[in-house]
Design a protein around this ligand. Structure first.
Ligand SMILES: [Zn+2]
Length: 239
């Protein structure tokens, strides 16, 4: 083989390795490391040995149903964790502030409610950051948890969260209250599925949810449960 041929083959091999290396580097940057990082970056339920649970409300604030929900939580003396959509929080600024003023926890549910897992890391971060900016403009403390719309997530979201120093806030009991189910069905499901550390997924502005709350709270308190925020569950040893 001539020297030129050998040199060309060498060059091609080098180019191929360079390409593989660059692709690997890109994947590392885009998706980030796995395992431990993921465990420290999210919560799907609290400590399984402590009878504490969190009620979480997605998709608010709404133009309807919020005063009723806030009144129900107040009369039951239960703290809620609200995953708000940034653009709605911006539109209904005074409702957002009233959620905060009532002592509930406000967290991040993106700015426009897209399927975050379909976006690139930079876009995912922008969605979360814009929601945080809305809260900052309303003088509300910065959210620490992000709940991806629809609950769909991938490694890109974990990587974005790490860069923003935020955490994923998922759930362990889905009431499916957005499907138009009755208050009785919602109550029965929650009472059947709740365990120590449960994070219960509900939605803002759903009349059946508001109707179900007194029965849920009373029955679970009788079983010895205490209602806390998501941040409390995290602080008390999430899994
Ligand atoms: Zn949602």
């Amino acid at each position: 083989m001539s020297k030129t041929k050998r040199a060309r083959r060498c060059l091609r091999r080098f180019q191929r390795s360079l390409l593989v290396g660059l692709v690997a580097l890109f994947l590392c940057i885009e998706w980030g490391p796995l395992s431990d990082e993921r465990a420290r970056r999210g919560i799907a339920s609290g400590n399984p040995f402590v009878k504490e649970i969190a009620l979480t409300f997605d998709d608010g604030p709404r133009d309807r149903g919020m005063p009723e929900l806030l009144a129900a939580l107040k009369s039951l003396d239960v703290p809620g964790t609200f995953f708000l959509v940034g653009k709605f929080a911006e539109r209904y600024g005074s409702i957002t502030q009233s959620i905060d003023a009532a002592g509930h926890e406000i967290e991040n549910h993106s700015y426009t409610h897209p399927k975050l897992y379909t976006l690139w890391v930079e876009k995912i971060m922008r969605e979360a950051e814009r929601c945080n900016e809305v809260m900052a403009n309303l003088a509300i403390r910065s959210p620490r948890f992000l709940r991806p719309p629809g609950g769909g997530f991938n490694l890109k979201i974990f990587y974005a969260l790490r860069r923003m120093d935020m955490r994923m806030g998922l759930w362990s009991v889905n009431t499916a209250d957005y499907t138009g189910r009755s208050a009785e069905l919602i109550t029965a499901d929650v009472l059947k599925s709740t365990r120590p550390g449960s994070i219960i997924l509900m939605h803002s502005g759903v009349p059946a949810t508001v109707e179900a709350l007194p029965a849920i709270v009373t029955a679970l308190r009788e079983r010895g449960y205490r209602f806390v925020t998501l941040q409390d569950l995290w602080n008390n040893g999430a899994i």
